[in-house]
Design a binder for this molecule. Structure first.
Ligand code: GDP
Ligand code: IMO
Ligand code: MG
Length: 429
């Protein structure tokens, strides 16, 4: 069996959590492969909304295992809170969740370092979620990090103290005031919680699942335009959010990747700083934010909003070898008469059809105008009910990107998901 991958093609918050939850009954394992509690994945069913940060979005379904892979960075305090909330709702998390020993730990001092670094950047700040992601990945690549497997070792506390001493020196140089002791209590309680879970050599586990014909879905976090290599550096996150990240973040070979689901909103949003060519800093943008309820699932920050950006979509689909597209939040555009779609960029007088290297370059989007559908889509159950204008929009995007859109989402609930052609979604066929 192969691993299917589902990942965001924009700047995150495309609706990954919702679709992973919808697809979960067709898989045996759902695996997160990168990122950490900077992610906020929302699922809605039976009138209740759930937000997950570390735990894969397959956790609410019976009969599916969930794995936090080696590429993820875990904050034990956030992890514990998430587990307790799920357990209070009656979810048997322990029987359905495994954690890689090779996943790295986010220490309380990583969060302090994140805040100190952002402070020091002033108006050039990244707009980080301040969850300690950057500093934790720096320690990983700098070969100083602590891993989940270390908590099983007798000298864990010494290792912790050694790393914290380094961090305190850096914090001193930032002249950053803090109260570490206050943060350490809940963190060590989180470590105890982690210890009570099944810690696994996840590359062995996942490969043996594949050898035994089990179906695995890798759940991306963030979005391809936040990728550390291919995003708008330095306004990115610190991991590889593209399909290749699933290989390194789970220990699977590239030839074991099957379908790559690329998920995008029918428009664009971004939280934090950095280029956003089609951003609407006007009433239309505000309307998108209001109609789409565009506020961060992790930080509550208002999301920047703009029209769909085809050059960016084509670029990210190329980098990840996307095989099919999933379009989210089509219902939100019902509020508009006209939809604009950026088909190419004009960069300093030159046409470009992919994002330029220079993030300060002035990009003028070249738009096509499409007619919007006046109908409320949220009650639609079948493609035969799609208004003509929606079909035209779908066709336009498919032609421009060169990939089929196989699933359309028309509302936040599980049930508001329409598969256009079951035969094109192998897992549903
Ligand atoms: P993720 O990080 O990719 O999982 O996405 P988020 O959960 O951060 O943000 C997506 C938001 O859109 C959440 O509030 C979802 O409940 C909501 N959502 C998902 N799909 C749809 C949809 O088709 N229509 C509407 N109106 N909301 C949606
Ligand atoms: P999900 O998985 C949207 C953004 C932050 C910031 C930049 C770096 O819910 O789609 P970091 O905390 O990683 O140092 O922040 O990346 N960012 C996200 N934006 N959705 C996310 O995750 C994000 N995770 C990080 O806003 O601009
Ligand atoms: Mg999110």
């Amino acid at each position: 069996m192969k691993v299917d991958v589902l990942l965001g093609l924009q700047w995150g918050d495309e609706g990954k959590g919702k679709v992973v939850d919808v697809l979960t009954p067709h898989y045996d394992v759902i695996a997160r492969f990168q990122g950490g509690p900077n992610a906020g994945h929302t699922l809605e069913f039976e009138g209740v909304k759930h937000v997950l940060h570390t735990i894969p979005s397959g956790i609410f379904r019976e009969n599916t295992q969930n794995l936090v892979g080696n590429g993820v960075v875990i904050d034990p305090e956030v992890f514990k809170k998430e587990v307790v909330a799920l357990e209070n709702m009656g979810v048997n998390v322990k029987s359905k969740l495994k954690i890689s020993r090779k996943a790295h730990l986010i220490l309380p001092t990583h969060k302090l370092l994140d805040a100190a670094s952002e402070n020091a950047k002033g108006k050039n700040k990244i707009g980080s979620t301040l969850r300690g992601i950057g500093p934790a990945y720096m320690d990983k690549t700098g070969r100083n990090g602590l891993r989940v497997g270390d908590i099983e070792l007798a000298d864990f506390k010494n290792r912790y103290n050694t790393l914290v001493a380094k961090h305190l020196d850096i914090l001193k140089s930032f002249k950053f005031k803090h109260n570490l002791k206050e943060l350490e209590g809940p963190w060590f309680e989180g470590i105890e919680k982690l210890k009570s879970f099944e810690l696994v050599d996840s590359e062995q586990y996942i490969n043996s699942c594949l050898d035994n014909n089990m179906k695995v879905l890798a759940e991306g976090a963030q979005g391809s335009l936040l990728d550390i290599d291919f995003g708008s550096y330095p306004f990115v996150t610190s991991s590889n959010t593209i399909s290749a990240g699933a290989c390194t973040g789970l220990g699977i070979a590239p030839n074991r990747i099957g379908e790559v689901f690329g998920i995008f909103k029918a428009y664009c949003t971004r939280v934090g700083s950095g280029p956003f060519p089609t951003e609407l800093e006007n009433q239309i943008g505000e309307r998108l934010r209001k109609e789409g309820n565009e506020f961060g699932a992790t930080t509550g920050r208002p999301r920047r909003c703009g029209w769909l950006d085809i050059p960016a979509l084509k670029y990210t689909a190329m980098i990840s070898g996307v095989t099919q597209l999933i379009m989210m939040k089509a219902d939100v555009l019902s509020a508009f008469k006209e939809i604009l779609v950026c088909k190419k960029y004009n960069v300093n007088g030159h046409e470009m059809d992919y994002p330029p290297y220079d993030i300060k370059a002035k990009i003028d989007p070249v738009y096509d105008s499409l007619e919007c559908w006046p109908d409320d889509l949220t009650g639609i159950k079948n493609t035969s009910e799609f208004p003509g204008q929606l079909n035209d929009y779908i066709k336009y995007v498919e032609e421009k990107v060169g990939l089929p859109i196989t699933i359309i989402s028309v509302g936040p609930d599980r049930s508001q998901t329409i598969v256009r052609d079951k035969n094109k979604v192998p897992v549903l066929a």
